[in-house]
Design a protein around this ligand. Structure first.
Ligand code: FCB
Length: 447
């Protein structure tokens, strides 16, 4: 049961296997060495926003325990590690670069290189500095230029040691969860806010790409987008699916490929669209070396009876499918279909799965976590990647979310996505059966 050889049979021998994390979710040390508040520190302090009042402290205390965590990645045999940089550590005040903050990441990247693990670095995994939010955050077009400045500083400090740069992680979540629906930091709402944030995030991405290329000409530069592809409840719902996909996944990819937002939805949202300048199309289309894909689940979509809504989605518990502990339907076929769809629709640069994984109700017993559901989840999704490759999708690598249990945003520490179990009282790390499954496979592959 806990064996990956059949699931990976269609993957080439140079396919990259990695694990992923993000700064705010693991680091802790939220006010050490000059770091100032990010919007997530503020959000955690706002009553009712994060489950159990959990905060970014101490998280996995990775800021102090990173050498042991990197040893763990090496022991498990992964080729690569995708981490993120905290903007508020590097730029704690407007225009100020904090050498102590930057040094942490220099040590981390050097530590990875020393251990033979390829560093993949995300520059924005949702933790905007609070000082910038106070100036309008992603609603302010100028934030894109602040981001480019920050990206350049990190690019210069880490340079070519970074194998792959992800400018942004899931701008869908930053824009829609953070500025449209208010369930993530900074907790703002409204369609026009969501669309403005989206545009300014994508501008930030586009402006930073040439600066990263200049600072690190040998690194790959890309972006990570998330997709929860839509499926129709009945054949009659196909039109609703097109609108759903355009408003969610394609909204963030199409401008990067064509310079324009998907027209079917841009027309429907004409009254709420942000100001888009003539020069923006070229900025958005900065050439990319790779496209990062995060996939967890699908959505069942149907026409809405409500004239104010473009479509309805079926709650996961009504799909009849198996759910993970966070309530997301397990649907591996969706990953295969998505990769094939993106390949034929946009002919994107080489794709990497930068996140895929499951939250499970793990039990630590006698020093072991038998996470059967997670093992199965990984086997089926890796098999789906193999099928996509066979069908012509250009996929080069796969990162598990996550290396270890961590702060799961609005869910706090209640949801566990790790290959490695974390006891938050003692900070003890225990590799789960899923971690051992990957380790066994990677060891025999590397032999
Ligand atoms: C993704 C995020 C990541 C993690 C997983 C479960 O949307 O990028 O930080 O929370 O979901």
């Amino acid at each position: 049961m806990y064996d990956l050889s059949a699931a990976t049979a269609k993957l080439p021998s140079d396919f990259i296997f990695g694990v992923a994390t993000a700064a705010f979710q693991i680091e802790g040390a939220t006010h050490e060495d000059g770091r100032t508040d990010s919007i997530w520190d503020t959000f955690c302090r706002t009553p009712g926003k994060v489950k159990n009042g959990d905060t970014g402290e101490p998280a996995c205390d990775h800021y102090h325990r990173w050498p042991q965590d990197l040893d763990l990645i090496r022991e498990l045999g992964f080729d690569a590690y995708r981490l993120s940089v905290s903007w508020a550590r590097v730029m704690p005040e407007p225009g100020v670069i904090n050498a102590k903050g930057l040094d942490f990441y220099v040590r981390l990247i050097d530590g990875l290189c020393k251990r033979g693990i390829a560093p993949w670095v995300t520059l924005y995994h949702w933790d905007m500095p609070q000082w910038l939010e106070d100036r309008g955050g992603w609603l302010n077009r100028e934030s894109a230029w602040y981001f480019a400045q920050y990206a350049e500083a990190v690019g210069k400090a880490l340079g070519n040691k970074v194998a792959g740069w992800c400018t942004l992680n899931e701008p869908f979540c930053s824009a829609y969860l953070g500025y449209r629906w208010g369930i993530h930091a900074p907790g703002r709402t409204g369609l026009a806010n969501g669309l403005a944030a989206a545009h300014h995030l994508l501008l930030a991405h586009g402006l930073s790409v040439p600066r990263l290329r200049e600072a690190a000409p040998d690194s790959k530069v890309g972006i990570t987008l998330n997709f929860t592809p839509g499926y129709p409840v009945t054949p009659m719902d196909q039109g609703a699916v097109e609108v759903y996909n355009a408003e969610n996944g394609y909204w963030f990819l199409e401008p990067l490929m064509t310079g324009h937002y998907p027209s079917i939805v841009a027309k429907l949202h004409a009254h709420a669209m942000p100001r888009i300048l003539a020069e923006d199309a070229a900025i958005l289309q900065a050439p990319l070396d790779f496209l990062g894909i995060n996939y967890y689940s699908r959505a069942l979509v149907k026409q809405s009876q409500d004239p104010d809504k473009l479509y309805d989605t079926v709650p996961a518990e009504e799909t009849g499918g198996e759910l993970t502990d966070i309530g997301w339907e397990i649907y591996p076929t969706g990953l295969r279909d998505l990769l094939l769809d993106l390949q034929s629709r946009y002919n994107p640069p080489p794709m990497y799965i930068t996140e895929n994984g499951a939250a499970c109700a793990d039990v630590l017993e006698n020093g072991e976590v038998q996470d059967e559901q997670r093992c199965r989840y990984y086997r089926h999704h890796l098999a789906a990647v193999g099928e996509a490759l066979e069908g012509g999708a250009d996929v080069r690598g796969y990162f598990c979310w996550s290396l270890m249990d961590n702060f799961e945003w609005a869910e706090g520490y209640s949801k566990r996505f790790g290959l490695v179990h974390v006891d938050y009282d003692t900070q003890l790390r225990t590799p789960k059966a899923s971690a051992q499954m990957f380790a066994r496979y990677l060891k025999q592959r590397n032999r």
